[in-house]
Design a binder for this molecule. Structure first.
Ligand code: ADP
Ligand code: ZN
Length: 215
């Protein structure tokens, strides 16, 4: 499948993307994961992106498009891809459209994960992430805790609260979402690609996505 997952921070894009990957071998492409890996490794890209990310602001579109153009040309994308956290602005969506035309590819659907604001806030403040850049498994101190001493169940690395998961940064990320990313809902509605899903259970969401792809 070739889909975009849209939704506020904390809507569950990463979790859903991982489940869909297991379903048909499509690759998950998370710009957030790629950027965090680059920051950790202190590459040129990482150094440029770090400040924006810590403040809860968006990384500039041209940097993101550079990453995405290179990523979508990699051979593993032939099986399909699940875009998680990209596009995040109208210019990114327009650039993606051009890029896909160039690569002769079409999106199947854009899935809008619609989650109530109180659920979002609760999830973001209780979220923890594996600090190993190659793992980045997501935990939740209430519903999916790491080991009692705070280690990742998959790789044993310490599980941490992301620098952008302080209350200030979370508030900023939600504002940024409303201002810059929410307009994509209307954009993709007009493109005839939008499917909004309001379920909260991951299993239900995944079933609905599978159905909407088959149509
Ligand atoms: P979340 O969706 O929970 O906010 P992500 O892991 O998707 O988290 O993104 C973390 C940060 O990385 C964002 O706050 C932003 O600074 C940066 N980022 C990720 N994807 C993009 C993108 N497509 N455009 C601009 N910035 C991005
Ligand atoms: Zn891990």
């Amino acid at each position: 499948m070739r889909i975009v997952l849209l939704g506020a921070p904390g809507a569950g894009k990463g979790t859903i993307a991982k489940l869909l990957t297991d379903y048909d071998g499509s690759v998950q492409i998370s710009t957030g994961d790629i950027l965090r890996g680059a920051v950790k490794a202190q590459t040129e890209l990482g150094k440029k992106a770090q400040g924006y990310m810590e403040r809860g602001e968006l990384v500039p579109d041209d940097l993101i498009m550079e990453i995405m153009e290179a990523r979508l040309k990699e051979p593993d994308c032939e099986k399909g891809f699940i875009l998680d956290g990209f596009p995040r602005t109208i210019p990114q969506a327009e650039a993606l459209k051009k890029l896909l035309e160039k690569l002769n590819l079409k999106l199947d659907k854009v899935i809008n994960l619609d989650v109530p604001k109180d659920v979002i806030l609760d999830r973001l403040t209780t979220r923890r992430t594996c600090s190993n850049p190659d793992c980045q498994e997501i935990y939740n101190i209430k519903s999916k805790p790491p080991t009692p001493d705070g280690k990742c169940l998959k790789c044993g690395s310490p599980v941490v609260q992301r620098a952008d998961e302080t209350v200030e940064a979370i508030t900023k990320r939600l504002e940024t979402y409303n201002e810059k990313t929410a307009p994509l809902i209307e954009y993709y509605e007009k493109e005839g690609l939008l499917k909004t899903i309001s379920s909260l259970s991951s299993e239900e969401i995944v079933e609905k996505i599978k159905e909407s792809i088959k149509q």
